[in-house]
Design a protein around this ligand. Structure first.
Ligand code: PMP
Length: 425
């Protein structure tokens, strides 16, 4: 070993000893903090308490006289379809409003497609030797869980600054008829915070897919979840698909889960007539109708898109300081050290953090051993396998600011500790 290398190793060891002492101090605090899932905090939930009394005992009829207390209305009550059409930027006739969970709608839709051919397809997916989905990654773990659960093979696709790598996607779908779908979170994506450019959306709409029943599962979960005064806008994919000659290509999803109450919002879907008719027949077997009273409540509470936008500004006022705290701690502790990089999202629910390759699992384990639970490393990739073991999804919304500060100090300490351990190994 050269003298310089010996000196460097000594300083590194000193640094390591110092960091270990700080870590032990954290352990002594017996923290119990959870940053694992992107859920709203209580203050955010309180914003929607008006839902409890926005309808009274005499307010249960729609504008066209339907009694929301009774069965029926598979596609949602007219006024909720109107509200959701405003959100999804389409006509109310193209919209179906369901129960409380858009993930549930996605799951059911794909499960139905396993049994019955979609418009444009000749065989049910479940009868084919293989069904594959493209999974831009890092992505939403619950999308990937649906595929894994239903035996759909997942092909990871890389991200670029303005959306998934379209060169990669075009080549893949043109070559393989077993590729039946792609997951997309087009605005403030989970977890990267990326918003798709017009070019990416046009290329998705025009994809030269070999499978006639190829579908885009376009989960616009963070449509109105802005963190800045200059909200991102998306090109309308329903129109783009029509223009590209693929009117049945896309299912657009959304929900009010993270606008009102996550367990008691409403889920929505927009698509072509052919797709909607196909789906309505299947849903009609599953249920006699959704919770129309909740649909009515959400309409009374929000009134229109402007009502939603104003409400979302109140959410932003609560969570923006939390995002800022995470970002300033990352910058203060790690900037210039070449140990990690992170996203600076303009909306959505997450900050995506990349450690040095091979460190994420150990960082998450170290943080857990000192009382801070993070999203499991790897969760943001198909099959839970991050090929570089570097991505960690941070969810700043739930913890209080003081808790978040502690959690972030510990996390940045763990990143430094694990990186040095790797270097000294
Ligand atoms: N899609 C994405 C991208 C999400 O992040 C979430 C919530 N974490 C959901 C869907 C879940 O939506 P819902 O509550 O409507 O099922």
């Amino acid at each position: 070993m050269t003298q310089l290398a010996q000196t460097n190793e000594l300083t590194l060891r000193d640094q390591y000893t110092f960091l270990v002492r700080s870590y032990e101090k954290f352990q002594a605090q017996k923290l119990k903090l959870n940053m694992a899932r992107g859920i709203p905090c209580q203050e955010q939930l309180d914003l929607s308490n008006g839902l409890f009394d926005c309808t009274g005992p005499g307010d249960y009829k729609t504008g066209n006289g339907v009694d929301c207390r009774n069965y029926g209305g598979i596609e949602g009550i007219p006024e909720v379809r109107e509200l959701c059409a405003e959100l999804l930027e389409t006509d109310p006739q193209q919209v179906l409003v369901g129960g409380n969970s858009s993930l549930n709608l996605m799951f059911d839709l794909i499960a139905h497609a396993m049994f019955y051919p979609l418009p444009g397809g000749s065989r049910a997916w479940g009868k084919l030797p293989a069904v594959k989905f493209l999974c831009p990654s890092p992505g939403y773990d619950r999308h990937f869980a649906i595929c894994e659960h239903l035996g759909i093979e997942m092909i990871p696709v890389n991200y670029r600054q303005d959306g998934p790598d379209m060169d990669q996607i075009e080549a893949l779908v043109a070559a393989d008829p077993a590729i039946k779908g792609i997951w997309c979170v087009p605005k403030y994506s989970n977890p990267l915070g990326i918003t798709y450019s017009d070019t990416v959306i046009r290329r998705l709409a025009a994809l030269p897919a070999k499978a006639g029943d190829f579908r885009i599962f376009y989960d616009n979960a963070y449509n109105v979840h802005h963190l800045t005064a200059t909200p991102a806008r998306l090109l309308n994919i329903l129109d783009a698909c029509k223009q590209a000659g693929h009117p049945d290509r896309v299912f657009v999803f959304g929900s009010t889960s993270k606008m009102t109450f996550p367990g008691a919002g409403i889920a929505m879907l927009a698509s072509s007539d052919a797709n909607l008719n196909w789906l309505k027949k299947k849903i009609g077997i599953q249920t006699i109708g959704p919770d129309k009273l909740n649909q009515l409540r959400q309409v009374r509470f929000f009134r229109n898109r402007a009502g939603i936008e104003a409400h979302m500004q109140k959410h932003a006022a609560i969570i923006k300081p939390k995002f800022d705290l995470v970002l300033t701690t990352l910058t203060a502790e790690l900037a210039g050290k070449s140990l990690a990089s992170w996203s600076n999202p303009q909306g959505g629910y997450f900050i995506s953090l990349d450690t040095l390759p091979g460190c994420a699992k150990q960082v998450v384990a170290k943080a857990a051993a000192a009382g801070v639970v993070l999203t499991p490393a790897g969760a943001t990739f198909p099959y839970g396998r991050d090929p570089e073991d570097k991505n960690i999804r941070l969810s700043p919304t739930f913890p209080s600011l003081p808790e978040l500060k502690k959690a972030m100090q510990l996390l940045t300490l763990c990143i430094q500790l694990v990186s040095i351990e790797q270097e000294l190994a």
